[in-house]
Design a protein around this ligand. Structure first.
Ligand code: MTE
Length: 324
């Protein structure tokens, strides 16, 4: 993510190191640090890679969940190592290499607040919520507004199940989501020029769409911290910045809020943020995307390839800016 009003030391995405080199360089540093000969003889059977969620996660027994075969990919699944080491999570730094810093995030206890226009405002413990929700795995494409893309086996539950759990009143039109706010854990939140906490919202109709998921895991395991543990939004037809991580609050309201990036740069990051290859970002083309881990650039698809499921949501919004 880039902002025009950014401090002048923030690198443009185009100047950032390609993730292949980035990973190779890290591999190299790691083997120098560990001693490559030692690494070659040390058995690693049963060890969880450092970038994966720890197996002591209390929800580990819920994974892997059954895959829902209704959602198929037109591309290979991105290697787990890339998805979990090339991230956007500004709370831990304004660059892609935040996965180590994110390990500081403490995801237990984790209380989720459900409030606003609901039958009963409540706070729910994450493990109680996880046990009450129907977990399943789905293969989804993910398209960042910065024109890189991945394909991920997410685990989670349909957001419709959360709406049924929250029971919003008829007047509620939006679900507003907030990330944790804790400067001690997340050094990025000391950057006062960002409007913390990270905040996003979608309409109730969008939330009830079959594609909308609350992601709680990836690659058959609990969600890694760097990908937004213990729960994040997954709405694959929208640019990645809508897919808020590490959510602590779901607020149901009649009023549309200004989301995190919309507050910073409304001309570049709007509320709807639906993927469209024909509507360029003011500073770069959205026609194609870099498929991480493949060295390939491929055409971007309208609604990221999910038009069949979601185009109807916007049928009566002709003339509105729904694609940025
Ligand atoms: N959520 C929070 N709280 N903070 C962030 O910086 N970045 C967003 C989104 N959710 C972000 C966030 C952006 S720009 C993208 S592309 C995706 O997370 C990246 O998700 P990933 O790192 O799991 O690929």
């Amino acid at each position: 993510m880039l902002i025009r009003s950014k401090p002048n030391w923030v690198l443009p995405e185009s100047a950032a190191t390609d993730e292949t080199y980035f990973l190779n360089r890290r591999e190299l540093c790691k083997s120098i640090a560990a001693g490559s000969i030692l690494a070659a003889v040390t058995p690693i059977v049963g060890a969880s890679p450092a970038f994966a969620a720890k197996s002591d996660d209390p929800s580990a027994g819920l994974y892997p969940a059954n895959r829902n075969d209704a959602y198929t990919l037109d591309r290979d699944i991105t290697p787990e190592k890339i998805t979990t080491t090339y991230n956007n999570f500004y709370e831990f730094g304004s660059h892609k290499n935040i996965w180590r810093a994110a390990q500081k995030l403490n995801t237990r206890p984790w209380e989720v607040t459900i409030d606003g226009m609901v039958e009963k405002e409540q706070k729910v413990d994450i493990d109680t919520l996880l046990k009450a929700m129907p977990l399943e795995e789905r293969l989804y494409r993910h398209r960042c507004v910065e024109a890189w893309a991945i394909a991920v086996p997410w685990t989670g539950f349909p957001m419709k199940a959360l709406i049924d759990f929250a029971k919003p009143s008829g007047g509620a039109k939006y679900v507003v989501m907030e990330t944790f706010h804790d400067k001690k854990t997340a050094p990025g939140q000391r950057q006062f020029w960002y409007p913390w906490p990270y905040l996003e919202a979608i309409t109730i109709e969008e939330a009830a769409n079959e594609l909308s998921m609350i992601g709680t895991g990836a690659y058959g395991k609990p969600m890694p911290k760097q990908n937004g543990a213990p729960l994040r939004l997954v709405v694959p037809w929208k640019y990645g910045f809508k897919q808020i991580k590490s959510v602590v609050r779901f607020h149901f309201t009649a009023n549309r809020p200004k989301s995190f990036w919309e507050q910073i740069q409304p001309r570049e990051y709007g509320f709807w943020a639906n993927v469209n290859p024909e509507v360029d970002h003011p500073r770069w083309s959205q026609a194609t995307e870099r498929l991480l881990g493949t060295g390939k650039r491929v055409p971007t698809l309208l609604y990221n390839g999910y038009a069949e499921q979601v185009a109807g949501l916007y049928a009566n919004m002709k003339g509105q800016r729904i694609f940025y």
